[in-house]
Design a protein around this ligand. Structure first.
Ligand code: NOJ
Length: 550
């Protein structure tokens, strides 16, 4: 049976390899560790895995700086270990998608080394520009990670563009040879049997002709000139036509600042889509503006607007990708929930998105309600973006304020090793771990939650199982209630056979609740909840319920 929409029935698990599980005792997560945990991932009800980059890399941006697209890093076990994992996953009926990072390569990539020496055919593989006559940079664009988007290269005597770290040079996708290279990479992995790709900042691959100065954006200058650039659709169409259309695979595009209207230009199923799904950022912006570092108080109304916009915006036309966590944002319990009500809020947050229409992704550790990490010493952070932020932004603030910016803004908050048990280093490794383990591992860990029937872990299992059983989640129509409430998120999903009512309290206090009109709870079955006693007029802190109407 060949169902081209297989991903619509699935739940994916995201593995950020360095911190998932160390299987060979060197302190770094690897594919041996993943192999050991395949049954665990399957036991969650997840039937797909997205791997953050596994390729050889100097590790400046934890693997998103690739030095060889056609191999697996030795530190993760090399190709042999990957093939074993791929096979193990497929034997269990699970799909595997890779991260495709082709906006940039590492400056350690052979292409870059040759390009900086003007060795053909690599001379124009990257975006090189001479300095302006007045000695100024080629334009005023900002890097999203460190300073300006240009770095002088002493070998070539020109600047190259880097929208991310200095060691991540942007590829010149306008060069047809570069696009051929990308297609070779895609074919290589698809022929190996992978089931698709999550495409890293793919909306940045086409830059506006002439690379003009940006006089509009106050910060992140250039953003509107490299996001959704002039040839983006054309290049994606080419990848689809020449490669993806020949395989049974799925594509998921990371798309900062995308709106549903824009997304439909790429994923409208009735209009020759060039991608299958897009990763929107709106649901990650309910406590910040654009970047996690511009922290604001959490606004449930902002979050609900994002969900409603995407649920209604794609309805009947395209498919949503659903997530509340990944490796680029601090832990969701510490952001939209509460560390004080950790278990309650982790369960409520699970329900808040797992019953929406789309394909959900669960990020490693999310399923046990891992929280942020609050180090006292800023030098413990590893992430390139975090270090730059600490050294260059808000430097006039007090030490305490500067540290707090990192706690609530840094990607490292979600990159501490997965807490497997209460043993040393949380059972992640027997050696010295490459990165700090969150101090709360004795209380928050998989082994303990396996034993507790009402743990966050078992709640996730139940919620995922239920979502898969309910046709109205996959095929139904979303409707929101209590739209103006800043504490409650209430929605229903309805198809021609079924209707569910989902209630989520984002409050740390008791809240009065009025059952939305049209729902008679005496005719409903409570199929999921995070408190034993339920009161139809009041919700407890971070209470959540799912009712199946009869
Ligand atoms: C988005 C990825 O998710 C992030 O981790 C990475 O640093 C940037 N793209 C650059 O590749």
């Amino acid at each position: 049976m060949n169902n081209k929409y297989w991903y619509k029935d699935m739940v994916f698990y995201q593995i950020w390899p360095r911190s998932f599980k160390d299987g060979n005792g060197d302190g770094m997560g690897d594919l041996y560790g993943v192999y050991e945990k395949l049954d665990y991932i399957q036991s969650l009800g997840c039937d797909g895995i997205w791997f953050s980059p596994l390729y050889p890399s100097p590790g400046v941006d934890c693997g998103y700086d690739i030095s060889d697209y056609l191999d697996i890093a030795e530190e993760f076990g090399g190709m042999e270990a990957f093939e074993k994992v791929l096979d193990g996953a497929h034997k269990r009926g699970m799909k595997v998608i890779m991260d495709l990072v082709v906006n940039h390569t590492s400056t350690e990539h052979e292409w870059f080394k040759k390009s900086r020496q003007r060795i053909e055919p690599y001379t124009d593989y990257y975006i090189w520009r001479p300095a302006k006559p007045n000695g100024k940079l080629p334009n005023n664009w900002d890097s999203l990670f460190e300073g300006k988007a240009w770095q002088w290269d002493d070998v070539r005597k020109e600047y190259y563009m880097h929208l991310f770290a200095i060691e991540q040079a942007d590829l010149n996708m306008d060069n047809p040879l570069v696009r051929e290279e990308v297609k070779k990479v895609l074919k290589f992995w698809l022929d190996k049997g992978v089931d698709g790709f999550r495409e890293d900042v793919i909306t940045f691959i086409s830059k506006k002709e002439g690379l003009p100065d940006d006089y509009i954006m106050p910060a992140s200058k250039g953003f509107n000139y490299f996001n959704h650039g002039p040839h983006l659709h054309e290049y994606l169409e080419e990848f689809k036509r020449d490669v993806f259309s020949k395989y049974d695979c799925m594509t998921l595009a990371e798309a900062p600042m995308v709106t549903p209207k824009k997304a439909l230009q790429y994923i409208d199923e009735s209009n020759e889509p060039v991608l299958d799904m897009m990763i929107q950022f709106a649901s990650q912006e309910a406590d910040c503006f654009f970047s996690d570092y511009s922290h604001l108080p959490f606004s449930l109304r902002k979050l609900k607007r994002a969900y409603t916009l995407w649920q209604t915006g794609l309805e009947g036309k395209a498919w949503n990708m659903l997530y509340i966590e990944n490796h680029d944002h601090p832990r969701i319990v510490s952001r939209y929930g509460s560390d004080a009500y950790r278990a309650e809020s982790a369960k409520m947050l699970a329900v808040s998105y797992l019953f929406l229409k789309g394909t959900p992704f669960v990020y490693q550790g999310q399923e046990i309600g891992m929280t942020n990490w609050y180090p006292k010493d800023p030098s413990l952070y590893e992430d390139v973006q975090t270090i730059w932020q600490y050294e260059h932004v808000a430097t006039n603030k007090s030490d305490e304020k500067r540290l707090q910016r990192l706690w609530f803004g840094s990607r490292d908050s979600a990159r501490t090793p997965v807490q497997w048990s209460d043993e040393k280093h949380a059972g992640f490794t027997t050696a010295e771990p490459w990165f700090h383990v969150n101090e709360n591992y004795k209380e928050v860990n998989v082994a303990r939650q396996e034993k507790e029937e009402d743990s966050v872990l078992n709640f996730y299992r139940k919620a995922i199982q239920l979502r898969k059983q309910l046709s109205c989640v996959r095929d139904g129509i979303y409707q929101e209630y209590n739209k103006y409430s800043s504490k409650l998120f209430t929605y229903s999903m309805t198809d021609d056979k079924q209707r569910i009512l989902v209630v989520c309290s984002f409050s740390d206090k008791n809240e009065n609740w009025k059952v939305p009109s049209g729902f008679d709870l005496s005719q409903a079955e409570l199929i999921l909840n995070n408190y034993k006693d339920t009161d139809t007029t009041q919700l407890k802190p971070y209470e959540t319920r799912v009712y199946l109407m009869k």
